[in-house]
Write a protein that binds this ligand. Structure first.
Ligand code: FAD
Length: 430
């Protein structure tokens, strides 16, 4: 299979319905720029766009294709904030960074939707809010606490009753839901390809099929190498996150991979669409092995949960998805699934992202814990502003930290992958 077909298969529905990527080639020969960016996901592409607009000469090197990592595989929930409760952030990060991160990520969806509008990106953007759905009384209590903490900060969030939630979701299974009006949904791969197109238009060069295999000092500058070429630059932005391959193993060592899959149905009928998520919100529930669901523009329901669609996982999660669909939305119980795909979410031990300086003028943001659409866009712009001298390291929404090594990473990854199979096999939830 050629690499483009493989890419489309591995990105499921998103590979099928995204506009084509802008033309790119593999790097060959040598180049000289101000900034080399490694990785063409949201972080790298947002950095490239803002750097190019700021007048910097930029080259992006991507090992595979644009949006090949998490940015082309995710659910497309454009969330405001992290999993961590708002009041806990200042405790964990200190009040300066805690408040700054809350502010940056609370406003993150606005940056995403404004970027989409400003450049006319075709990515099914729907700023219609998200619904965090309460499973039982304990789920509702958690959401009430989260809502109260955001409301104190002036955020437009509110808890819906079970009846209100049922009307918006199209199922009576939940005890209520937290509506966040800042958030919404996008077609994730289309957003990545759109960012790439406008970054190119602003002057950034993007090279695909160009895995970075090494980097070394070249006088006072850096030289980054691929199989067939090299780029010399003053700065390196490492935007490889959970999909990191060499030569920055410290990023991968810090992150635990959590697998997450999605199934997409055939398009639903108009009548079904008036009952299931009629307002177009994205949704997920409060279970620890969570269930997420949203509509795409053609009215396909995209249903996801924790797990990898490989080996024994494929059959287990397929069976679970059918049961979950039947239980959540009995009227579409028999609608076929037409697409399936999965990817790796990068978890950190604090559930918070990290900012690292890997060497002088070699910087990265990573570890978005499954919340990367808004953060990738926001942090990419932060990195651009840092390089352009518009911000200092002290002004960023996260403190500078050293990469840590996650103890028992392999064991944790196996527990997530096989634990999710066990949970779905014994029918937790459905
Ligand atoms: C299944 C799934 C569901 C998710 N759902 C959501 C969601 O609903 N909402 C949300 O906000 N977030 C979600 N996330 C998280 C989100 O997708 C990521 O946090 C985000 O895409 C990270 O963007 P990034 O640019 O930092 O990294 P990525 O998009 O992963 O990009 C990194 C890129 O670096 C490249 N690369 C790696 N090593 C090298 C190298 N040596 N040389 C060159 N290139 C290299 C990779 O090929 C990759 O393209 C989900 C993630 C997954 C996997």
């Amino acid at each position: 299979m050629d690499s483009r077909l493989q890419m489309i298969a591995s990105h499921g529905l998103w590979g099928r319905t995204a506009p084509p990527p802008p033309p790119t080639t593999a790097l060959s020969g040598s180049r000289d720029v101000d900034v080399v960016i490694v990785g063409a996901g949201y972080t790298g592409l947002s950095a490239a766009l803002h750097l190019a607009e700021g007048g910097a000469r930029v080259a992006v090197l991507e090992a595979d294709q644009i949006g090949s990592g998490g940015s082309g595989r995710n659910v497309g929930l454009v969330n405001a904030g992290m999993w961590v409760m708002p009041d806990d952030l200042p405790t964990v990060l200190g009040s300066v960074h805690g408040d700054r991160l809350l502010d940056a990520l609370g406003n993150g969806p606005r940056l995403v939707f404004d970027t989409v509008a400003k450049y006319g990106l075709e990515c099914e953007a729907r700023p219609n809010g998200t619904l965090h759905c309460a499973v039982g009384r304990s789920g509702l209590a958690e959401l009430e606490k989260r809502a109260e903490q955001w409301q104190r900060r002036g955020a437009p969030v509110r808890v819906l009753s079970a009846a209100e939630a049922a009307a918006r979701i199209g199922t009576g299974l939940y005890a209520g839901a937290l509506l966040d009006e800042r958030a919404g949904t996008i077609q994730p791969l289309a957003y990545a390809r759109g960012l790439a197109r406008v970054a190119q238009a602003a002057g950034a060069e993007i090279f695909t099929g160009s895995a970075v295999t090494g980097y070394a000092e070249d006088g006072s500058r850096w030289r980054v190498t691929t199989a067939d070429g090299s780029v010399t630059a003053d700065w390196i932005i490492v935007a490889t996150n959970a999909y990191t391959t060499a030569p920055w193993p410290e990023i991968r060592r810090e992150i635990v991979h959590l697998p997450y899959f999605n199934f997409a149905t055939a398009p639903l009928s108009d009548a079904q669409r008036t009952r299931i998520l009629p307002g177009g919100e994205g949704a997920w529930d409060t279970r620890s092995v969570l269930t997420s669901f949203r509509m795409d523009a053609a009215g396909r329901l995209v249903l996801g949960s924790v797990g990898a669609l490989r080996n024994t996982g494929r059959a287990v999660h397929r069976a679970w998805a059918r049961r979950a669909l039947r239980r959540l939305f009995p009227e579409i119980a028999d609608v076929p699934f037409e697409h399936e795909w999965y990817g790796w979410i990068g978890l950190t031990d604090t559930n918070l992202p990290r900012f690292h300086r890997l060497a002088p003028r070699v910087v990265t943001f990573c570890g978005y814990n499954g919340r990367g659409i808004s953060p990738g866009t926001v942090f990419g712009r932060c990195l651009a502003r840092l390089v352009l001298g518009q911000l200092t390291e002290d002004d960023l929404p996260l403190p500078l930290s050293e990469p840590t090594r996650h103890s028992f990473r392999g064991a944790h990854e196996a527990v997530y992958e096989y634990g999710a199979q066990a949970a779905h096999l014994v029918g937790v939830g459905y």
